[in-house]
Design a protein around this ligand. Structure first.
Ligand code: NDP
Length: 486
């Protein structure tokens, strides 16, 4: 028997749960079994209007509080999240299929980190004083943008909702958040917890639905900013729609990131990096290092140790804390991944391990490694978003760098080497927003996260996120007499 995942109602608007009986039904499925565990309804236009009106009405009052007062509420919410981490993690596991072993440490907790970090920062967000000649001076005021829209992907539903709302709210914006239709549950819990922590009604609202609900949010004239986490094709559409209204955007999109492993790397750490960068969350992580370039001298040892360690992966019921490898989020995503595996075989890549749907209920795909992958293969060019690692050989650093950067994406990149100078040289040459030396996929809230090229615009986390949720007003102050030509 699964714990009850059914929310009180589908949406959260103006400080309370709201149902929209006219909305289309959206079943919520537990990916480990395919069972339906909850049902929510998509928002109709009337409900979208209610959410936007609530966010608009609440914004001036929220912005009028001091940063310290706003921050206190966010930090209180962080404490509540930590106190309820287990329940929230179970819900995230039911919604996404990710192992409880992961969700206990990487989802609600990272959301709490964001609320705590930006809550702490809120009181320190100020403009600056600029002295000018003649005793004149200017100052800047850091202002919120207004109503922000957040649109989330399904892989880290709690984290994405917190990464967007925490900096937005800290500065004095309000938000309407639309989770992915695949994972609608945890954003509602966040809204409930923020309200319990003292957030005024209307400051954070959640509406459910697919792209058809996201699209009118993006174009509404009351909305000043759109922050999307999703795929590059969706990003292109949403960015274009937001540009028509000259809105601010943050685009956290997909990738096909390179991971370079040099002959001198610590083998065990390099294998760990490749595992973390390809199989955590069953490979459903945007910054994954899915093109693993391995220098020829270490290649066979790397593949042997990798295969050995993948044999220790525990695939099973994600609610069992011993499980460390879960299913794909949905049947649709599983089929996308299986099609890519078939394509890899057809293109002549060498299957080292995995390659099939697992023989068990739910949407499990075996951890899969292809070797002898060429740069022009589809599996080396397109984001698969599943547990499929492509291993490519290289001989020289220059060659590896050119090939690593030969992609439209630029989200992340990593290097494993014991040569300090090479590590920094390689990272300096990477065309990517988030880089790792002898590590992979760390995402602490203190560090800016985001992509270059087609992988995105703007940064989440750290002080950098504040720039993307606020604007500066410059005020010139004349102290001496003002002259004019006539
Ligand atoms: P999608 O791009 O399919 O969807 C992202 C969100 O946008 C969903 O909520 C979706 O709604 C919504 N949406 C779709 N069309 C529109 C539209 N026209 N207007 C407004 N909103 C719309 O991504 P997935 O949910 O499939 O997530 C996987 C992708 O997310 C991967 O490509 C991955 O790389 C990327 N990602 C990027 C991260 C980063 O930080 N860079 C982090 C995590 C994931 P719905 O799906 O409900 O229809």
């Amino acid at each position: 028997m699964k714990p009850d995942a059914q929310p009180k109602a589908s949406h959260f608007i103006n400080g309370e749960y709201v149902e929209d009986p006219a909305g289309e039904e959206m079943p919520v499925v537990y990916p480990a079994t395919g069972e339906r565990i909850a049902m929510v309804r998509a928002a109709t236009p009337a409900l979208i209007e209610r959410a936007l009106a609530a966010a608009r009405a609440a914004q001036p009052g929220w912005a009028a509080l001091s940063g310290t007062e706003r921050g206190r509420i966010l930090r209180r919410a962080a404490d509540i999240i930590r106190a309820r981490n287990r329940d929230l993690s179970v819900l995230e596991t039911l919604d996404t299929g990710k192992p409880l072993q992961e969700t206990l440490v990487a989802d609600a907790t990272s959301g709490a980190d964001a609320l705590e970090y930006f809550g702490g920062l809120a009181g320190a967000l100020t403009g600056e004083h600029i002295p000018l000649g003649g005793g004149n001076w200017a100052y800047t005021i850091r202002e919120p943008l207004g109503v922000c829209v957040g649109i989330g992907a399904w892989n880290y539903p709690t984290q994405i909702a917190c990464w967007k709302s925490a900096p937005a709210l800290a500065v004095g914006n309000t938000m309407v958040f639309k989770p992915s239709e695949t994972t609608p549950l945890s954003a509602l819990k966040l809204a409930e917890i923020l309200t319990e922590a003292g957030l005024p009604p209307g400051v954070f609202n959640v509406v459910q639905g697919a792209g058809a609900v996201g699209a009118p949010l993006v174009t509404d004239s009351r909305v000043a900013k759109v922050s999307l986490t999703g795929s590059v094709p969706t990003g292109r559409k949403v960015y274009a729609a937001a540009a028509a209204g000259m809105k601010h955007v943050t685009m956290e999109l997909g990738g096909k990131s390179p991971l370079l492993i040099f002959d001198d790397a610590d083998l065990e750490s390099a294998v760990s990096g490749a595992i973390l960068g390809n199989f955590y969350s069953s490979g459903q992580v945007c910054s994954n290092g899915t093109r693993v370039f391995v220098q020829k001298g270490i290649k066979e040892a790397f593949l042997a140790r990798l295969t050995e360690r993948l044999g220790q992966a525990v695939m099973g019921d994600p609610l069992d804390e011993a499980t460390n490898f879960g299913p794909m989020v949905s049947e649709g995503q599983m089929n996308i991944v299986l099609n890519y595996i078939a394509k890899g075989l057809e293109e002549g890549a060498r299957l080292v391990t995995g390659g099939k749907r697992a023989e068990r209920p739910g949407f499990f795909v075996e951890p899969t490694v292809f070797a002898d992958v060429r740069d022009d293969m589809v599996i080396a060019r397109e984001e698969i978003f599943g547990p499929v690692m492509c291993v490519l050989d290289f001989e020289t650093e220059d060659e590896a760098m050119a090939r690593a950067n030969d992609t439209e994406f630029g989200l992340a990149a990593g290097v494993f080497t014991r040569d300090l100078q090479r590590a920094h040289r390689v990272v300096a040459g990477f065309e990517a927003g988030t880089c790792f030396i002898n590590s992979y996929n760390d995402a602490p809230v203190e560090v800016p996260f985001g992509g270059t090229k087609a992988s995105g615009v703007g940064r989440e986390n750290a002080k950098a996120a504040i720039e993307h949720y606020s604007q500066l007003k410059s005020v010139f102050v004349r102290m001496d007499a003002l002259e004019a030509p006539f």
